[in-house]
Design a protein around this ligand. Structure first.
Ligand SMILES: Nc1nc2c(c(=O)[nH]1)N[C@H]1C(S)=C(S)[C@@H](COP(=O)(O)OP(=O)(O)OC[C@H]3O[C@@H](n4cnc5c(=O)[nH]c(N)nc54)[C@H](O)[C@@H]3O)O[C@H]1N2
Ligand SMILES: Nc1nc2c(c(=O)[nH]1)N[C@H]1C(S)=C(S)[C@@H](COP(=O)(O)OP(=O)(O)OC[C@H]3O[C@@H](n4cnc5c(=O)[nH]c(N)nc54)[C@H](O)[C@@H]3O)O[C@H]1N2
Ligand code: SF4
Ligand SMILES: [Mo]
Length: 687
């Protein structure tokens, strides 16, 4: 028997068909518009059975017990565990106020319905502190898009004549998008890749820009300079649909291409060639990604890239970058329930907190600030859901100190991960094949496709939605959570669209609430205060932020620990992501681990030679925040003076945790983003 659903083993949210036997998951295949031979295989999906039925899955809630000699874990039933969590919620509320309780979200349960439920619960409970990890993932980029033209765009690579891939590696991280790029290339589209690493996509590219990490804003501004100076921009679009062109032009002129090229490890003629190709091959799209997300300049760099889309008239055109067409849904977060004067822990990032009606609060570093520095007030209790922040948050030492200081920590996860080891209660969640939900990818853009429960919950686990609903009932919030099932909740959520869960099940390949339309801005304008694309933003100016990206000219070095001097002479980066794992997940899955048994650091042969490092040697990498030790892999995929450090291995051993090295002091002033992916470091052979 086969069933359709959406895989959520990573955030690509692929549509899949699952093979079942006697109610058990046997295998799954990804749907694709390409014939089977041309598809990009997903090894994680091939290992889904092993992941679902892993003996490491938690089978019952666990409660920490203190004995005179050590802490142990005891299995409990759901009722007892939820009672205990409820008692602590209420205790904190009485002692310190409801805002002392915070819900911290990782990426694994998705940002759609599964993000709305805890927001609703916490708002109804009285705490504004439901915090996601969007400051280090794509939400900061989403804000850059939204502030420029009112919406995130998606690249229509399949129909493009030129695809510019900027800090994204879809062959590993999003196979459906990777296949669209393959298809376009086969039909003759030009491919430009901007990436410090020679990825497989970079090898396929017509032009590969091996940019200095963290410097993408400079490249975008000098491309704007080239396009404006050579009058390659779309004059009609600029005059009819944009504001602030003259201010952008003046700013861009200070990004002299020769000077920029010199700073970012490129040749001036490469920048000129790319600017010309991108501006003249129509339609062209830009696929932007996580390579830009963890940069200190993420907001301005993203805005500058968005402005390239607008200048060239590629917005909302077939083969260009499409403005989203979300399905109409209720906003169920109950944010307005909080008193007007409620202060969230993210209060310094007010614009980011409010740029979108449902993204909510996403500056995760503020959680650690509030626990350690007790500002704006102390956080005493944390619920961590579907994340492993002990490994994935910036500056692991600081995170560890914060977790040790908490009065109470609840973790909702499939496994006993490194974060759960700090917890007082662990609640076992079900995997994506065991629950029904609607993912953000399918809420924010049509068609809507259902993630459909295809097997019973494994062991004593419970789907994330049910855990939130049950906790809400224990907290006396049944009025806000009248739903018994995910289906009931989704039907309410979806009501404005006329779509129901039953209809979605009848249409497993998705339902559109509205037909696909291009150039919607002609009749509707853009969803910005001026109704136009804003090269100059009055909203930003009013709050003291640069109204035009990089309005003060080329910025100082944006990599953390720059200027510290001494022997911090290498740039450490985390990227590209591997095909076999999702962040810290799946290292316990034998078939995947066999493909990549250990963590390595890629080093250019010249840098290795200078330090007497050979292939397989153990090397030490350190920064003022901490150190890691791992095996050296010598490779020309890297630029000189740059090392690529394996990502996500901190789950296996804390000595392999890349975030031992990262800095959380310097952050983007709008989005609170630290420079997680690029930092100065020392490299040496372990003696
Ligand atoms: N230095 C540096 N830092 C980074 C990054 C980087 O590249 N470099 N990347 C950043 C990015 S983009 C992101 S998104 C974050 C990722 O950070 P996290 O979200 O913390 O990452 P994961 O390791 O994927 O942790 C997911 C956890 O959720 C559990 N899980 C899986 N499925 C479910 C489910 O359905 N329900 C529940 N309750 N739990 C589930 C898994 O077992 C795992 O323990 O890290 C960020 N941090
Ligand atoms: N297999 C797998 N798939 C995943 C994930 C996973 O962990 N594993 N995680 C999921 C999540 S949460 C996310 S956010 C997405 C991310 O998906 P992508 O956006 O594709 O993320 P990465 O592969 O981390 O980075 C993309 C590229 O950016 C490059 N890069 C690094 N630094 C820079 C820089 O300074 N400038 C530029 N221009 N490029 C740079 C990297 O070398 C890499 O090739 O993937 C999702 N899918
Ligand atoms: S890429 Fe991610 S979402 Fe898609 S099938 Fe593979 S693991 Fe699942
Ligand atoms: Mo992410």
């Amino acid at each position: 028997m086969t069933r359709d659903t959406v895989c959520r083993l990573c955030s690509a949210c692929c549509q899949v068909e699952v093979e079942l036997k006697n109610g058990k998951f046997i295998s799954a295949g990804r749907k694709s518009f390409l014939p089977p031979k041309k598809r990009i295989p997903c090894l994680k999906l091939q290992a889904a059975g092993e992941i679902i039925y892993s003996p490491d899955r938690l089978k019952a809630p666990l409660i920490r017990e203190k004995t005179s000699r050590r802490d142990t874990w005891r299995e409990a039933d759901w009722e007892e565990a939820l009672e205990l969590v409820t008692e602590k919620f209420n205790l904190m509320k009485r002692r310190y106020g409801p805002e002392s309780v915070c819900w911290l979200r990782g990426m694994a349960a998705d940002w759609g319905a599964q993000w709305d439920y805890p927001n609703r619960l916490m708002n109804a409970f009285g705490s504004p502190n439901t915090i996601g990890n969007g400051s280090v993932c794509h939400v900061a980029r989403d804000m850059g898009h939204t502030y420029t033209y009112g919406s995130l765009t998606v690249a229509d690579a399949k129909n493009a004549k030129c695809v510019m891939v900027w800090g994204k590696n879809d062959l590993n991280t999003c196979p459906p998008a990777g296949e669209a790029i393959f298809h376009a290339k086969e039909k003759g589209a030009k491919l430009i890749v901007v990436d410090p690493i020679r990825t497989r996509l970079a090898e396929m590219a017509d032009i590969w820009l091996q940019i200095k990490p963290g410097h993408d804003g400079l490249l975008a501004m000098s491309m704007i300079n080239e396009i404006v100076s050579k009058r390659l921009y779309d004059k009609d679009f600029v005059s009819d649909f944009t504001t602030g062109f003259e201010s952008l032009k003046t700013t861009a002129l200070s990004f002299d291409t020769d000077a920029v090229a010199d700073r970012i490890w490129l040749r001036p003629e490469q920048i000129r060639e790319v600017a010309e190709l991108y501006a003249t091959a129509k339609p062209a799209c830009i696929v932007d990604g996580n390579g830009i997300d963890m940069q200190l300049h993420v907001f301005d760099a993203t805005r500058a890239i968005c402005m390239l889309r607008a200048l060239t008239g590629n917005l909302d055109k077939k083969g260009g970058d499409l403005i989203l067409q979300p399905i109409p849904m209720h906003n169920i977060q109950l944010r307005k329930r909080l008193p007007e004067d409620t202060i969230p822990i993210t209060r310094d990032y007010e614009l980011f907190d409010n740029f979108h009606p449902t993204w909510g609060r996403q500056v995760q570093s503020c959680v650690i600030d509030a626990i350690l520095d007790e500002k704006p007030y102390p956080l005493k209790m944390l619920v961590v859901q579907s994340g492993n922040p002990a490994v994935t948050m910036t500056d692991s030492n600081r995170v560890r100190k914060a977790f040790e200081k908490l009065d109470f920590l609840v973790v909702i996860d499939l496994l006993m991960n490194r974060t759960a080891k700090f917890a007082h209660v662990i609640l076992p969640a079900s995997s994506c094949f065991e629950e029904t939900q609607l993912n953000r990818a399918y809420m924010r853009n049509s068609p809507a496709v259902l993630q459909n429960q295809v097997i019973e919950c494994v062991g004593g686990s419970m789907p994330d939605s049910q855990i939130v609903f049950e906790l809400a009932r224990h907290l006396g919030l049944e009025k806000e959570f009248p739903w018994k099932t995910a289906e009931e909740a989704l039907d309410y959520h979806l009501a404005p669209s006329g779509i129901t869960v039953d209809l979605l099940r009848e249409n497993p390949n998705g339902l559109r609430a509205n037909e696909l339309r291009y150039e919607k801005y002609v009749s509707e304008g853009f969803d910005t205060p001026s109704g136009k694309v804003e090269f100059f933003s009055g909203r930003l100016k009013a709050k003291g932020h640069p109204p035009v990206p990089f309005i003060n000219g080329p910025p100082e070095d944006p990599i953390s620990f720059s200027g510290t001097g001494g022997d911090l002479d290498m740039i450490g980066i985390s990227g590209e992501r591997t095909r076999f794992f999702t962040h810290t997940q799946f290292r316990h899955i034998t078939s995947l681990r066999n493909k990549e048994p250990e963590c390595t650091v890629n080093i250019h042969p010249d840098d290795a030679g200078e330090r007497g490092i050979s292939e397989g040697d153990t090397v030490e990498i350190s920064t003022p925040r901490g150190r890691v030790e791992m095996k050296a892999a010598i490779s020309t995929r890297m630029h000189r003076e740059c090392v690529q450090i394996g990502w996500g291995w901190g789950e296996v051993s804390s000595g392999l945790s890349l975030n031992n090295l990262t800095d959380d002091d310097q952050r983007n002033p709008v989005t609170g983003t630290p420079s997680n992916r690029a930092f100065m470091c020392r490299l040496g052979k372990k003696t």
